[in-house]
Design a protein around this ligand. Sequence first.
Ligand code: UD1
Ligand code: MG
Length: 455
Amino acid sequence: MKLGVVILAAGQGTRMRSELPKVLHPLADRPLLGHVIATARGLGAKRIAVVYGHGGERVPGAFTDSDLIWVEQAQQLGTGHAVEQALPAMAEMDRVLVLYGDVPLTSLDTLHGLLQAAEQTQLALLTVTLADPTGYGRIVRDDQDRVLRIVEQKDASAAELEIDEVNTGMLVADRPSLVQWLGQLENDNAQGEFYLTDIVAKAVAEGGEVHSAQPGEAYEVMGVNDRLQLAELERCFQRLQAERLMRQGLTLRDPARFDLRGTLTVGRDVEIDVNVLIVGDVTLGDDVRVGANTVIRNSRIGDGVQIFENCVIDRAEVGAASIIGPFSRLRPETVLSERVHVGNFVEIKKSEVAEGSKINHLSYVGDTTVGRSVNIGAGTITCNYDGAFKHRTIIGDDAFIGSDTQLVAPVEVGAGATIGAGSTITRDAPPEALTLSRPRQTSIPGWSRPRKEKK
Ligand code: UD1
Ligand code: MG
């Protein structure tokens, strides 16, 4: 059985009140449509066609996947018309699954259920029973509970409006039958549209049976029409991710105050405090602690690392047993080896720091190689930028940089060197020596400050 998937994504999304096409609005940093494409892939679809229209080329332009088939529907003449545009892309497929680009959270389990319901027949629908069915197409059944047709809200009689089983829009059809049914659609209805839903009555008229399946959870069939619904589904998605991670053994102090926008790989006995945001591809080793209000983006954190509150870590590597924060900022291409300490108001960029080195207070370290067991005193700054170019600083093993030092790059501090506090180092400092560049301290005994004369 070759499965093709058609994703409908041509609609305007007026209620988003946005320049951005609706299906490109992000849920956990990924466009709504991206979630649906991932679902189609998860089902093992042989072909995936996306019907786009509103927003024009911005929609295909947002995806780099080379195997997607983009089908333009210049005018939105209805869901039936939309699917019809994608039929050429479905040639050779046995069955076609229709998904919506603005319904991001349908589970694979639910869709497997729908595919199963379609096994013995030409058409199966995903339906759901709602307390308030207003707006949806209603599933009309006969007295033996067989599906007869779908009637849209605007075309329904008073009695039909009472039906609380509704069409989610997702369906699976045998491809040759679908081609035939879509060819017969008419738009003589309240909205003047070619309704995909009319294929149900056509299948029944041919003597076919239309089967149905239901989603595991209600949110799986919820679409995004406005930013409130987008926020609701974001919360829902975040809760699902948090639950999955907690089942894997992660401690979240409050799953409602944890956000993951990407993929998180965690070791054993990891603890994450409240208001932590994880973005992109992040790995946390065993026994890692992440303090409150921390953001970690595309980084690898080694075993036993403690990250205290309010840190921002971006494209960095932190070696095992290191201690970071509170209030540290690790910028891209920072590589910390094992047992490194980075303290408050320390910013590190594009630098390697070897084992056991400490940069504990108020420093900027950029474009620097720091050896092992180095101590960088409070307020030390690498002056890596001359206004045009960046230059490197090299600090050897066991060096001690006194507080409030400026290291004017390019410059090298030798192994075991000591730099006196308050120095401005513009030339290389030799190993094992004390280097300092500050005026000698002098005292003038009995010196008195100027005073104003009393009147
Ligand atoms: C549709 C169904 C309705 C169902 C509801 C579920 C039809 C006729 N009705 O109604 O039974 O209860 O979805 O949400 O199918 N689209 C296109 N091109 C078009 C028209 C729509 O790509 O020409 C896309 C939209 O972007 C959207 C989806 O198809 O993603 C559904 O369209 P929408 O107009 O929201 O359908 P409803 O009228 O809500
Ligand atoms: Mg509509």
